[in-house]
Design a protein around this ligand. Sequence first.
Ligand code: BGC
Length: 456
Amino acid sequence: MSAESRAGARGQPVFYIAMVSTIAAIGGTLFGYDTGVISGAILFIQREFALDAAMQGLVVSAVTAGALVGALAAGSTAQRLGRRVTNVGAGALFVLSALLCGLAPGQETLLLGRFLVGLAVGATSVAAPMYIAEVAPPHMRGRLVSFFQLAITVGILVAYLIDAALAGTGSWRWMLALAMVPGVLLAAGMLPMPESPRWLLQNGRDPEARRVLGLLREGDVEREIGEIREEIAREGAGSWRDLLASRARPALGVGIGLAVFQQITGINAVIYYAPQIFESAGLSSDTVALAATTGIGVVNVGATFIAIGLVDRAGRRPLLLAGVSGMVLSLAVLGVAFRDGGRSGSGLLELLTVVCLALYIVCFAFSLGPIVWTMIAEIFPLRIRSQAVAVSTAANWAANFAVSLSFPMLRDGIGSAPTFFLYAALGVLTLLFILWRVPETKGRSLEEIERLWHAR
Ligand code: BGC
């Protein structure tokens, strides 16, 4: 074989895996878009349907509630019907629900549409990272699953931009309906993709698994097939009840812990309420606050590339520890600035708010953002992976709901400074949790990670 064709043969699986992972990650764009777009749309929806405060809250939070249910449901479908089918189904549901929201004749239909959007968001947040983790070779798994987080951040940014572009016309229907486009791409793109080789082997479809792995790997795939088979023979197929078994607990504790800490350190207080935070710091004009918010969106996308570049080299733990330390620091400074800075009237509070929020987002974007999704997808044994990923993801959505609901109440009740101090303190807890409980998974195969728990 010539050097050129050898390079071609080596390059090909990498290109193919990157393509497969990118298509699955489109679900992340929808996740980001659908959670972000409502902030700009709700004002116009409220005018058209004369929503009362309770209905407004429901329309906004229906996606989060739906996502919790969708995540649990996807735990069953991913195991029974497969990872690929679950991703296709999520795409189809995105299309349907976006149409329903865009055409909603009244508030009840809109609420139903938003709940269905949530089901799809929940399903994709289980099925996409798990699918990518199962097709990826160990040395690039972190990078590839981080595509999912990158897609989330792109979705959030696009939502900010579309909201801004359509704000003049007030066309909230288009804001919501545009999610159809990536929805179609996800459903149609995933249809011809291969099923996860691990799911195929678990379901006795060995020849197909061998063919798929042949497409995804360079050289001999028999060793990997042997390892996966061995695990299946040893462990069999699990059920929801197996999550309660004592030997499932350490991994489940880490999965749920990471999922919850990702939220209770305040990320969505910033993502959902950034304009208000900027305004309360004194960036008074709407345009400036909005520009600063778009800046946050851009920084969020950009800093995710740090994780993509480093997660398989530096490892998960160093990035998590560095990122969360930076988040704690920026939250603490923000707290002090809000406590003291407002009095000076020198513009210091404005400056510190912009700098601290940007630093906070950078640190989240290379640590808790991508790595939590990566680790949830890789730490569980195949036997209970679907269910355990589903439960951890549902915990993430429950915590997301609690934080976004409580932030305005905390801010108005105890004040901005104590609220930021509270998130900083929870960040310190997160650091301790990572130090004591979270294993390093860099470069290990999923089967090696499973053995790691036994060894522990
Ligand atoms: C989190 C979301 C958050 C987003 C921000 C994701 O990893 O799960 O809740 O809005 O990152 O980039």
